[in-house]
Structures are given as C-alpha cells and as structure tokens.
Ligand binder design. Structure first.
Ligand code: C5P
Length: 311
C-alpha cells in the first residue's frame, strides 16, 4: 500500500530508439524472430505522469497524435505495464497514466515500448513497490521485446528477441535527422513480409542465417564515436520489407544522401527514416533541406539515458 509519504504523482521520461544495426534470423513458434541488434536511445521522448487512482485509466496527447491510432484500453502497453506491476506486487489500487507522446506512433522507434517502460518506473515509484532492477527487466521483457531497452537506454546490443541486453560502449554523440511519415507501419506485418521475401528469394525462413552476430566494426565505430565509420556499417534487415510497403521511402533516403547525410536507414520496422549526419551543424542543414522538400524532419542525438524520474 502507499505510505503517507507516497507522492501524489510521478513524472517519468523514456526515450525512443534507433536500431543502428538489425539482423533478423529465423522465426520461432511464438512468432518472434531471433535478432542481433544494436539499439541507441535518441533524444525524442515519451513523458508519462502517473497519478494515484482507484482504477486504471490513460490519456494520450502529443503534437502528432491521432487519437484513433492509440488505444485507451488494455491494449495500451502503458496500461498493461501498470497492471502487470500491480499483479506482480499485489498492489490493490490503480493509476491514471497521462502520456505525452513525442515519438511517432507506429514509427519503428519504440514509442509504445517507451510508454511501457516509463509506466513501470512511474508506478513503482508512485506505489512504493520497490522492485529490483532485475525484476523490472523481467516484467519489461514480458511486455515487449523493446521494452527492456527503453528502461536501459544508452547503447546496447540486443539478442534473443532483442530483449537480452548487453551494454555497449559509445561515449561519443551521434547526430541524426529523423524523417517522419504520416502513416505508421505494422511491426508484425513487416516481419511477416521479410519472411515471405526470403522464401521468394530462396532463403528459407526456417534456415537459420549463417551467423547472427553484430559485426565488430559496428561496435568499434560506436566506441570511437566516429560517425563516418558508423555510416559504413549501419544496417537493417527489415528495410527491404518496409520499402516494399512504402516504396516512397526510397526517395526520402535519396533526399537524405543529396542533402549531405552520411547514411540513411529505416528505423526498426519503419516507416521513420534515420539519417546519420557528421555533426550537429550538418544535421541542421540536412533537416532544413529535407523540410524545403516538404518532408517532416527532426534533429535528434544519441545516445541518451533510459526511463528516468523527472524531478
Ligand atoms: O515485442 P513487440 O510487441 O514489440 O513485437 C511486436 C511484433 O514484432 C511481434 O508480435 C512480432 O510479430 C514482431 N517481432 C518479431 N521478432 C522480434 C521482435 C518483434 O517477430 N524479435
């Protein structure tokens, strides 16, 4: 139960992510694929404010939020996070979650996962449930493959479903321009399309790829903080499937290259495009040029911390 000293509300901020490297392996019986990925948390955040309440309720707002695209019932990952924490700890009450979104909905940047991670941290503080980091990570992994990383933040290698995390050294700053889309893409559908593409092109989905590893060059580039070296090795297996659905994104990638980005890739399952830039000044120029072409572009940097309480 909440003690007399428990806060009336708790504000937590959690970041969106880019997969700077994403290799997809075979599909398992549970529908999930083996992954070898490197996440970086970027300076685009979800804010979740948890307020004590007898019931579980949620509200969602944000500059680009179409209310029709975000469920307000138990399908909302933040509500599921709060309920799973209450179940795990025997907390008898509820919570109102106010979600202020900045990460694009269904954009391939883990916005829903960030909401879930923020809700776990916020409810734990609000309810005084005092979960260990390990227990928090276990609950996060039950909510979704990307949720543990949203808790963790920074830079990490993800294996298994993407939820087995190993921190990676990346002390430097990388500047990115994100080009947003009006329409989201469905993550399960993009994974399915990749399986179909591989079947059609001779790579059987149940044939494990020869090696599902993060190449050392990716980790070296991150360690050195060298954007040009990173640009040589960024990679996303899901890109081919996302581009099948959204061939217009090829033009966005070409526009990024013409504007001076070092590299461009689909973020996660898309459709957000992440353009890696040589510096903050370069990123501002790339952003301006993208906007002049009528694209919606944001300048962000990596890597930033995971879900944390805002004073
Ligand atoms: O875990 P999460 O809900 O974020 O995953 C959404 C969907 O993405 C899964 O239902 C699955 O279809 C696909 N996915 C996958 N393999 C992974 C991660 C996600 O096939 N490792």
């Amino acid at each position: 139960m909440r003690s007399a000293a428990a806060p009336a509300s708790v504000h937590v901020r959690a970041p969106g992510k880019i997969n700077v490297f994403l290799a997809v392996g075979d599909v398992h019986d549970d529908g999930y694929h083996s992954l070898a990925t490197v996440f970086q948390a970027v300076s685009l955040y979800e804010d979740v404010i948890a307020t004590a309440s007898p019931d579980f309720t949620v509200s969602v707002s944000g500059p680009d939020v179409d209310p029709a695209t975000v469920p307000l019932d138990d399908r909302n990952l933040a509500v599921r996070a709060a309920k799973i924490l209450a179940m795990a700890t025997g907390y008898p009450g509820g919570v109102h979650l106010e979600i202020r979104k900045s990460v694009p909905v269904a954009g391939g940047m883990g916005g829903g996962s960030a909401d879930a991670a923020a809700a776990l941290v916020a409810c734990d503080a609000l309810w005084g449930t005092g979960l260990s980091s390990q227990r928090m990570h276990e609950l996060a992994a039950r909510l979704g493959a990307d949720v543990p990383f949203a808790l963790h933040g920074g830079t990490a290698v993800g294996t298994g479903r993407g939820d087995h995390l190993t921190p990676a050294l990346a002390p430097g700053r990388f500047d990115w321009v994100l080009v947003l889309s009006d329409q989201g893409l469905s993550t399960p559908q993009i994974y399915r399309q990749l399986d179909e593409y591989r079947l059609e092109h001779g790579a059987l989905a149940d044939d494990p790829p020869e090696s599902l590893d993060v190449p050392p060059a990716v980790l070296q580039a991150l360690r050195s903080g060298d954007a040009r070296a990173l640009a040589e090795v960024v990679f996303n297996d899901l890109q081919v499937a996302a581009l099948q659905d959204r061939p217009d994104l090829e033009r966005v990638l070409a526009a990024g290259a013409e504007a001076g980005a070092l590299a461009g890739l689909v973020s996660g399952s898309g459709p957000t495009i992440a353009l890696l830039c040589a510096s903050a000044d370069d990123a501002r120029r790339v952003q301006d040029e993208c906007e002049e072409r009528g694209l919606r572009a944001l300048h962000v940097h990596s890597a930033v911390p995971g879900a944390r309480i805002i004073a």
